[in-house]
Design a binder for this molecule. Structure first.
Ligand code: NAP
Length: 511
């Protein structure tokens, strides 16, 4: 293993992010086995992003030991003081925003403007949860007895195992790390293997902000060798997993034996419903952003367009012109509108679905392999398929790429049925100028997020984020709800009557 970079300052040479170890007990070092893996640039796989520790169970054990040892002291730091460290972290991330954003684009491909948004969301989350250090409110309630005090407080759970995906590699870790830390938990974090350098950058900034040794531990490596042992580890109290529904199921099963708390934020198959009275200019712009932003690789990306039949052809013609003109390229090129997919497996997966769409429906645009310089990267041309029903596999599976399926419906009730006809329940949206219908959709769509006259993406940090059905297991990230994932409720009663008082029995004197 080569030089281990520990400086919090950005290396001058972006093309050489260097070699990085794990971060355990406040020290950077190689994995126990000494093995490493290389992350390549998805826009041109001839370029290397960096080299990272390939870890296994032994590394997880060390990191969990460090987190366990550090937890009592961290929990003893007053929450407002913990908040000051998170606030400082937010300031440092703002200082390094451009460098971090460029590195995000290099390692996972999305266009630089979106990477800046990713980093900004993490800054916002740092400031939000820093403020929670002065709140972390419990409740006080009147007791049913005289001279008795009744209240509840939040407490840390202990050691949190955090497993994150690559598609939003800065904000999603912040969604988990910030509430975990403000509540007094310590953390072992396993980031996605396709976005390890984002994790290294965040941990360096956390250390620079003053997070004490052992409070945040980073272990890089594969899902099977690091994620699974973390989920199974008997000394980890809570698992926060964000990723696919398939892997989420495995993680929940692995954690079940230890009866850990498990919070799962999983896949989506998000729909935009377009009513005949909608503003079509707004629809076109919103669908392009929601369906093809991050090359369709957002959990909230729109992959189903449910359209009232009378306007379907008109909308499709305009959408097709707009989508065909989208410019593919490396995310660091500011002219690029759609970047590469994250890896070769993703390209193959999307290509398989495109072929199914070609066979069973009608390709409206896209579907061809990109040519020229793009052949060295993981590019897929934005594609729209028409002529399929809401139950078709393209309208059911989370394709996770720039592939949009159009579903024609006769009226609003059929639109509701189509929007809800999936095992996922993350985000949905309706475009209409009818106020009554907008409110009905807010009631009728079975998703954790519903937008009116906006695409399926654009969640803000101060409100709950997450989904229904197989998008999760009932927990929510962000806002005050994010604290619920990382806190225990403790209820406290103080009797100052000086005599035995018995609650929950019939205290009424007989009449
Ligand atoms: P993924 O394949 O499920 O991986 C997510 C994380 O789990 C990665 O760190 C991965 O490690 C790890 N992992 C893989 N196999 C594991 C196992 N057996 N045990 C424990 N951990 C394991 O998902 P992804 O491709 O990174 O991300 C895309 C998915 O995430 C999509 O389904 C998307 O909808 C979902 N997502 C959901 C939300 C949300 O908030 N609802 C947000 C973003 C993304 P490796 O990288 O080493 O494989």
């Amino acid at each position: 293993m080569g030089e281990i970079l520990t400086s919090s300052t950005a290396p001058a040479d972006l093309d050489n992010f260097g070699t990085h170890g794990n971060y355990v007990s406040g020290e950077w070092g190689p994995s126990v086995s000494g093995r490493t893996f290389i992350r390549r640039d998805p826009s041109d796989t001839r370029a290397t992003v960096g080299t990272f520790a390939e870890s296994d169970q032994s590394d997880v054990d060390e990191a969990v030991r460090a987190a366990r040892a550090a937890q009592p002291d961290w929990n003893g730091v007053p929450a407002p003081k913990r908040g000051e460290i998170l606030f400082r972290f937010g300031q440092l991330l703002a200082r390094d925003k451009e460098f971090v954003a460029r590195q995000v684009t290099r390692e996972m491909g999305k266009v630089i403007e979106e990477s800046r948004g990713d980093v900004q969301e993490a800054i916002d989350l740092a400031f939000l949860y820093a403020g929670e250090g002065r709140r972390l409110f419990g409740e006080t309630a009147p007791s049913e007895l005289r001279d008795k005090w009744a209240m509840s407080v939040r407490e840390a759970i202990g050691v949190a195992g955090i497993i994150t995906p690559w598609n939003v590699p800065v904000a999603i870790p912040a969604l988990r790390l910030m509430p975990a830390l403000i509540a007094g938990n310590t953390v072992v974090w396993k980031p996605a293997s396709d976005s390890p350098s984002s994790a290294v950058m965040l941990v360096r900034l956390l250390a620079e902000a003053g997070i004490p040794p052992g409070v945040v531990n980073l272990v890089t490596g594969s899902g099977n060798n690091v994620g699974l042992p973390l989920a199974q580890h008997p000394d980890v109290d809570v698992i926060a997993f964000t990723g696919s529904t398939e892997v989420g199921r495995q993680v929940a099963a692995a954690a079940a034996a230890g009866l850990k708390r498990v919070t799962l934020e999983l896949g989506g198959k998000n729909a935009i419903a377009v009513m005949a009275d909608a503003d079509l200019d707004l629809v076109v712009e919103s669908v392009v952003w929601a369906a093809f932003g991050t090359s369709g690789q957002r959990c909230t990306a729109c992959s189903r367009l449910v359209v009232e039949e009378p306007i379907a052809d008109r909308l499709l013609a305009r959408l097709s012109d707009r989508v065909s003109a989208l410019r593919l390229g490396p995310g660091l090129d500011t002219r690029t509108q759609v970047g590469p997919l994250v890896n070769h497996a993703a390209v193959e997966r999307v290509a398989r679905y495109v072929e199914i769409g070609r066979a069973d429906g009608r390709l409206v645009c896209g579907g061809d392999a990109p040519e020229g310089d793009l052949a060295n990267g993981h590019y897929v041309v934005p594609t729209i398929v028409d002529g399929l029903g809401a139950d078709h596999v393209l309208a059911q599976d989370e394709v996770f790429g720039p592939l949009l399926t159009l579903i024609r419906v006769p009226d609003y009730p059929a639109a509701v049925e189509a929007v809800n006809a999936t095992r996922y329940g993350l985000s949905s949206s309706i475009f209409t100028t009818d106020l009554h219908r907008a409110f009905r959709a807010m009631r009728d769509f079975r998703t954790g997020l519903v937008y009116v006259n906006g695409g399926t993406i654009g969640a803000e940090t101060q409100l709950p984020f997450g989904g229904m059905k197989e998008t999760g297991n009932g927990h929510r990230d962000a806002g005050r709800a994010g604290l619920d994932n990382f806190t225990e409720w403790k209820t406290l009663y103080v009797d100052y009557s000086g005599r035995l008082q018995r609650a929950q029995i019939d205290n009424q004197a007989p009449s």
